[in-house]
Design a protein around this ligand. Structure first.
Ligand SMILES: Cc1ncc(COP(=O)(O)O)c(C=O)c1O
Length: 461
């Protein structure tokens, strides 16, 4: 990985650590309030404590912060903050200073912390030695940056199943493949599309395949390694939208042979406005800077456009960077790298199985899915309650059960609409609503949280 590491400043004794603010209950949200005539639900397990037998990681660096009584089942939108992220920010705050811009001890320490964060995030993602790790605001920002860095004439191939962040940034002429019915169909569709493009383009134009690692609607995992193999067989590159996969599964850019990877810190327990684009340096170094401004230049002459732009990640990071975001994300990455991810995965899969079988047992609930029912997936489930508007159900769950879920079409309108239509066909119901609900879990999620949702849904019909 190419970074411009600065030498360590002489550290003076660190000042007292800033303590985290006290967590307060949200006003007007009594816990355990059951709607009239309904059996009281098990009181919500305070996030941050470990209920016996749930096996969740609720303390230590990967414990998550939250408000007692509020059950967060909306991790796919924004995951709670891990202690590792909060602690890293608190520890750095007294030292907080300019990055790449100052000679003082605070600035030097801040610069070092920023570049170390880049290194740690790159290590966590298994990037190649000459890859760049560019800090962005989020996945949307990262994919827009990549779209601007495509060599002229690049053709992009993506699927209608993508989040808008991986549908909308791409140039005119992008091939949008239909939503496939299985992982195998996805691989075959990309193979056929690339064959066709190669035939049509006379063979030479750069091609980028842009796909998600896990769907934000269904949680289903996409066959990334196979897609990468097919892309490379046709001389194409592949970009992985890892926004939903990274929080749940180990990722290794080198082993997967993906060329680019994008993710969001706020979905990876580091909610401080940070994201990452990691990958091949050549396109990034050849592209115009994503933002023009300070920090992206080697030198600026007197004439308006007399600029020598920097190479490396700084080329696309003009302006004062998000130091605290980078450090928070790196702290979570380091904590995850040291954790037993297989155990985390097993725990999450057990919760997911409980949730899905509980939903399947509810007569009016239909799950949305793209692939087969038993296809591998991460802790995300979208569903509808027949005969009820999803927004009304979500409001009910929030008001009476302190459950936070997402409703809508999840910034994946083409996919969500199609899956709603398929769910109507599969279930034979004509009264499915036009939008869906989504429950998503992760670190700190427990059996009690899942059961609370199932109890609430059984009561809400
Ligand atoms: C698969 C996927 N890609 C991209 C994004 C965009 O992420 P962000 O809003 O952090 O830019 C999301 C957000 O939900 C997502 O689920």
């Amino acid at each position: 990985m190419s970074t411009s590491l600065v030498s360590a400043p002489a550290l003076v004794s660190p000042p007292a650590l800033v303590s985290a603010p006290p967590l307060v209950s949200a006003p007007g949200t009594p816990t355990g309030v059951a709607p009239t005539g309904v059996a009281a639900p098990t009181p919500a397990t305070p996030v941050g404590s470990t209920p016996a037998g749930c096996g969740s990681t609720a303390t230590g660096p990967l414990g998550v912060l939250g408000v007692p009584g509020q059950v967060n089942l909306d991790y796919a939108a924004t995951a709670p903050c891990a202690r590792a992220a909060a602690d890293a920010v608190a520890e750095l705050l007294p030292w907080y200073g300019s990055v790449h811009r100052g000679a003082g001890a605070l600035s030097r320490r801040s610069t070092l912390a920023y570049e170390r964060a880049r290194q740690d995030v790159g290590d966590f993602l298994g990037v190649r030695p000459d890859d760049h790790v560019v800090f962005t605001r989020n996945t949307t920002d990262a994919l827009n940056l990549l779209a601007r860095a495509l060599p002229p004439g690049t053709r992009v191939v993506t699927f209608a199943a993508e989040h808008h962040a991986n549908l909308l940034p791409w140039p005119t002429g992008t091939v949008r493949l239909p939503v496939p019915g299985s992982a195998g169909d996805a691989v075959r569709a990309v193979d056929a599309a690339l064959r066709e493009l190669r035939r049509g383009s006379g063979g030479g134009a750069p091609i980028l395949v842009a796909v998600t690692g896990a769907s934000n609607v269904t949680g289903e995992c996409w066959p990334i390694a196979e897609l990468a193999r097919v892309a490379h067989a046709h001389g194409a590159r592949i970009a992985l939208d890892a926004a939903q996969l990274a929080p749940h599964a180990e990722l290794d850019v080198t082993a997967l042979t993906v060329d680019y990877l994008a993710l969001s810190g706020h979905k990876l327990y580091a909610p401080f406005g940070i994201g990452v684009l990691a990958g091949r340096a050549d396109w990034l170094d050849a592209a115009p800077p994503y933002l023009a401004g300070g920090g992206a230049t080697l030198g600026v002459g007197a004439a308006t456009h007399d600029v020598r732009w920097a190479d490396g990640p700084g080329r696309h990071e003009a302006g004062t960077p998000n130091l605290l975001g980078a450090v928070a994300l790196a702290a979570v990455c380091t904590a995850l790298a040291e954790a037993d991810r297989a155990a985390q995965y097993a725990h999450e899969q057990a919760l997911l199985a409980r949730l899905r079988s509980g939903l399947a047992a509810l007569p009016d609930v239909a799950e949305l899915r793209t692939f087969e029912a038993d296809a591998p997936r991460v802790g995300i489930v979208s569903f509808v309650v027949a005969g009820r508007e999803s927004a009304a159900v979500a409001a009910d769950l929030a008001q009476h059960w302190q459950l936070g879920l997402r409703d809508g079409l999840f910034c994946a309108h083409p996919l969500a609409r199609r899956l709603l239509a398929e769910a109507a066909t599969r279930s034979g119901r004509r009264d499915l609503p036009p939008t869906a609900l989504r429950a998503s879990i992760g670190l700190g999620s427990t059996v009690a949280h899942v059961d609370r949702l199932l109890t609430a849904l059984a009561a809400t019909r």
